[in-house]
Design a protein around this ligand. Structure first.
Ligand code: NAP
Ligand code: FER
Length: 340
């Protein structure tokens, strides 16, 4: 085995408030030779995602936290360098979950082979991966959109939100999205959103929502939480569905989260609010993948990626999610992509 070392980002300490680069350390580690059923992989793309903020905090959640000194977790796309599993061959392109490192020895059964003829391999952690499935199941199964509905999505220019808006339009709904800044608003228009709201430019969110959603809101797909959600709940229609997908505005909060407020509106409007977790739909991943791929092929779903080069920039790329540095899916290119 020629590759005997890996460079990896480990959690140095639990961040307080906004994560900082100093919360992580880049270290070198030895690789063991793959045993039966294992493969050595090199990382091509690493996905950085908002949920990782939860994984570096203590406290009860749906997954246990990364221990101090532990390798940062994360979805990865890579190439097999040496396999000791009959189903995985040297040279195969795969998606897996080996985290913030440039090489790893992993169990072959945790890898899924990718065919670059189907879709660019980076999409396996983006529009055809966890964020795409979140949009698909969160909107269709939890939001239950009906033709003619107004679907309002917060965090609309990100990996999940941009896909939600486009699926809403495919379903015959009016899609309205919020995001921060002119470049993101232009992107929302480019991918077909019917209405937009720049939450960073508006002093009066309520008035801006009234302008953007003149018929009220039937489905609210919430990626953000906070003040925007307070304002949206005052504008939901009778029988509205509120999907709590993410609450990123609160992920770096130190004190107790405020709200949700205006829950009285759920009574007035006989509305429903429901949290969703993408992994509850893992048994239907093929369904989402097939339909999303079809829609991409038909040009009905467009996607964008923001790519930062170099494993050393992984913490920066991760922190950028909380300052809004990304449009679409944020990726780190760790090694060369042989398919591009
Ligand atoms: P993303 O939207 O691509 O990136 C995060 C975006 O959040 C940033 O670009 C930024 O956009 C926005 N943001 C950051 N801080 C904010 C704040 N204080 N107020 C308002 N907006 C803020 O990330 P993603 O991967 O698609 O995830 C989107 C949301 O879905 C996250 O909340 C995530 O936790 C959630 N999620 C949930 C599940 C699930 O199973 N429940 C699965 C995947 C993702 P702006 O520039 O517009 O502020
Ligand atoms: C998962 C369930 C949820 C997962 C990610 C999430 C990586 C994301 C949740 C969030 O952003 O709140 O299995 O796998």
């Amino acid at each position: 085995m020629t590759q005997t070392k890996t460079r990896q980002w480990r959690l140095a300490r639990r961040p307080v408030g906004m994560a900082q680069e100093a919360d992580f350390t880049l270290a070198e580690a030895d690789l063991t030779a793959p045993r039966e059923g294992e493969a050595l992989v090199r990382t091509i793309y690493l996905s950085v995602d908002p949920y990782m903020r939860g994984r570096i905090s203590e406290g009860p959640s749906y997954a246990s936290p990364v221990p101090i000194g532990g390798v940062m977790v994360g979805g990865t796309v890579g190439q097999v360098l040496a396999s000791r599993d009959p189903d995985i061959k040297d040279g195969d392109l795969v998606v897996g979950y080996w985290g913030w490192q440039d090489h790893a020895v992993v169990k072959a059964r945790g890898l899924t082979k990718l065919d670059p003829k189907d879709a660019p391999i980076s999409t396996a952690v983006g529009v055809l991966g966890m964020p795409g499935r979140t949009a698909y199941f969160g909107l269709l199964d939890v939001g239950l959109p009906r033709p003619g509905d107004t679907v309002f999505v917060s965090g609309a220019a990100g990996a999940v939100g941009a896909t939600v808006g486009q699926i809403a339009r495919i379903t015959g709904c009016t899609a309205v999205g919020s995001a921060g800044g002119g470049a993101k608003i232009a992107y929302l228009k480019e991918i077909g959103f019917d209405g937009t709201l720049d939450y960073k430019a508006e002093n009066d969110l309520r008035a801006a929502l009234d302008r953007a959603c003149p018929k009220g809101i039937d489905v609210y797909f919430d990626n953000v939480g906070g003040a925007l959600t307070d304002a949206v709940l005052e504008r939901i229609n009778l029988g509205a569905r509120v999907v709590i997908c993410g609450q990123i505005a609160g992920y770096n909060e130190r004190g107790k989260e405020q709200g949700p407020r205006n829950l009285w509106q759920l009574i007035v409007k006989r509305a429903r609010i429901q949290g969703m977790l993408v992994s509850d739909f893992d048994h239907r991943a093929d369904e989402a993948n097939t339909r999303l791929r079809q829609w991409i092929r038909e040009g009905r779903i467009k996607y964008r990626e923001t790519v930062v080069d170099g494993l050393e920039n992984a913490p920066k790329a991760f922190i950028g999610l909380f300052t809004g540095a990304n449009i679409g899916k944020q990726l780190v290119r760790v090694g060369p992509d042989p398919t591009r």
